[in-house]
Design a protein around this ligand. Structure first.
Ligand code: ADE
Length: 236
């Protein structure tokens, strides 16, 4: 999997995506991530990449041409047209299902907006889908691009070690994850649930499922309802 990020702040994305699990996966070649400075693709002698909006209004709009030049350079490097995502609060809301779907693609290009957004014509020309990371507005698309890249990258094979396996975690199964405990056995007078010390794998699995169901029904009744609906469908 190769992910290209087109941005006015490549260092911002690099800072996040050079660390921890994604940073390690990049170093060992399990995934490739390249952050491109859109400003490097403008023909303007002052390296301008934005202008005032036609029709008036506040703020600046990112111009189509530098973004298109950046897109074409990525296409030339890879020899194919990447699946192109524009990060915007107007997009459909990102979730684990989308992360898994995107992790199956070979090439993604993530476009980060800034100011009052980008010229609609570049969206119409190159963008396959618009994605938001939630119903709030950030100052730019860099943090959303890093969030999406992290969530997608960790679903690619070779990125997580078996110890970091995702199959038990929140959202993967449609339920929130059960609580975890580690040493010491008693901390501040609070003991670890005895079943976890029993060594009885079936009882532990039953307890964890019970906890997952309880936590999900309390914290995310919407997820719980969906899970129960699916479960009943399979029972029939
Ligand atoms: N750009 C600004 N806010 C955003 C959001 N919530 N999701 C994606 N991109 C954004």
């Amino acid at each position: 999997m190769r992910i290209d990020i087109a941005t006015l702040f490549p260092e911002m994305c690099e800072a996040v995506l050079s660390e921890s699990i994604v940073g390690r996966a990049r170093k060992k070649g399990a995934i490739e991530v390249y952050c491109h400075q859109i400003r490097d693709y403008t023909c303007d002698k002052h390296r301008r990449v934005d202008d005032i909006p036609y029709g008036g209004g506040m703020g600046m709009v990112m111009q189509a041409e530098p973004i298109y030049n950046c897109y074409k350079a990525v296409c030339e490097q890879t020899g194919i047209k990447p699946h192109t995502i524009y990060m915007t609060p107007k997009g459909s809301v990102f979730n684990q299902k989308k992360a898994i779907e995107l992790s199956k693609m070979n090439n993604l290009l993530v476009l980060c907006g800034h100011y009052e957004g980008v010229d609609q014509r570049i969206i119409d020309k190159i963008v396959d889908e618009e994605i938001s990371i939630g119903d709030y507005v950030l100052t730019g698309g860099e943090l959303p691009a890093a969030v999406l890249t992290d969530a997608v990258a960790r679903m690619c094979s070779g990125v997580l070690s078996s110890a970091e396996c995702y199959e038990d975690e929140s959202h993967f199964s449609g339920l929130l994850e059960y609580p975890q405990y580690t040493r010491p056995e008693i901390w501040e007078g609070e003991a670890v649930p005895p079943v976890l010390l029993s060594g009885h794998h079936k009882n532990i699995a039953d307890w964890r499922l019970e906890q997952s169901l309880k936590i999900t029904s309390e914290k995310r009744p919407d997820m719980y309802e969906k899970f129960e609906k699916e479960r009943n469908k399979h029972k029939k």
